[in-house]
Design a protein around this ligand. Structure first.
Ligand code: 6GU
Length: 224
């Protein structure tokens, strides 16, 4: 899979791409990440990328010309704009992108992008959630990590990809490892019982309890 990133801050990605899961997947050739420096397409002697909004108001708007020059050679790819006004990114979003051969992630600045770019050069707008960040870079890094770990050969144990939160629509249950007792803190007895039916019942109950408490929105139809 090839992932293009269009950004005003190319150096920002050195950390996320050079560390842990990302670095190994890139090294193994499972994913190729190409960073495109938007500044190279800036307008005029100052390589301008944004300008004041027509009609007035605060903030700056990312201009058409630099984004057009950056995105025209990437017209064959699925082009995503990260913006707080997009649809929220979830596991199904990442599943969908992970099946694509080539995706382009455009990091917008939060004040906005000229709508003509969105109308003519972008396939979908996606947000990380209901809060405001300075730009789409964090969202792009989250997408790269979330997509990369779905690709064949990246996560050692395929069970850990299939049996995780958001697959069955419930949060994960609490987990424990040795020692069974640490001072006053004991592991729930059922997990040491060796009774696999009881253990599975307990785990499902814990997933439901946790989901009801923290994410009732995930229990729309009263599942369970
Ligand atoms: Cl994708 N961009 C910005 N600037 N802020 C956000 C976001 C994206 N998602 C949530 N907040």
């Amino acid at each position: 899979m090839r992932v293009h990133v269009v950004t005003m801050f190319p150096g920002w990605f050195d950390g996320p791409l050079g560390t842990s899961i990302g670095a190994r997947a890139i090294e193994d050739g499972v994913v190729e990440v190409v960073i495109h420096d938007l500044r190279e397409h800036g307008v005029g002697r100052h390589r301008q990328l944004d300008d004041a909004p027509f009609g007035g108001g605060p903030g700056m708007v990312m201009m058409v010309e630099p984004l057009s020059r950056a995105l025209t050679p990437l017209a064959h790819t699925h082009r995503v704009l990260f913006t707080p006004s997009g649809r929220p990114m979830d596991q199904s979003t990442l599943d969908r992108w992970s099946a694509m051969a080539e995706v382009t992630l455009v990091c917008g600045r939060y004040e906005g992008v000229d709508q003509r770019v969105i109308d003519h050069l972008i396939d979908e707008e996606v947000s990380l959630g209901d809060y405001v960040l300075a730009g789409g870079e964090v969202a792009a890094a989250a997408a790269i990590e979330g997509v990369t770990r779905l690709l064949p050969g990246v996560v050692g144990n395929p069970e850990s990809v299939r049996h995780e939160s958001f697959r069955d629509g419930l949060l994960e249950e609490p987990v424990y490892t040795r020692p069974a007792v640490f001072g006053d803190w004991a592991v729930p007895e059922v997990l040491l019982s060796g009774d696999h039916a009881r253990i599975e019942d307990w785990r499902r109950e814990q997933r439901l309890k946790r989901t009801r408490d923290r994410r009732p929105d995930l229990l729309g139809d009263g599942t369970g």
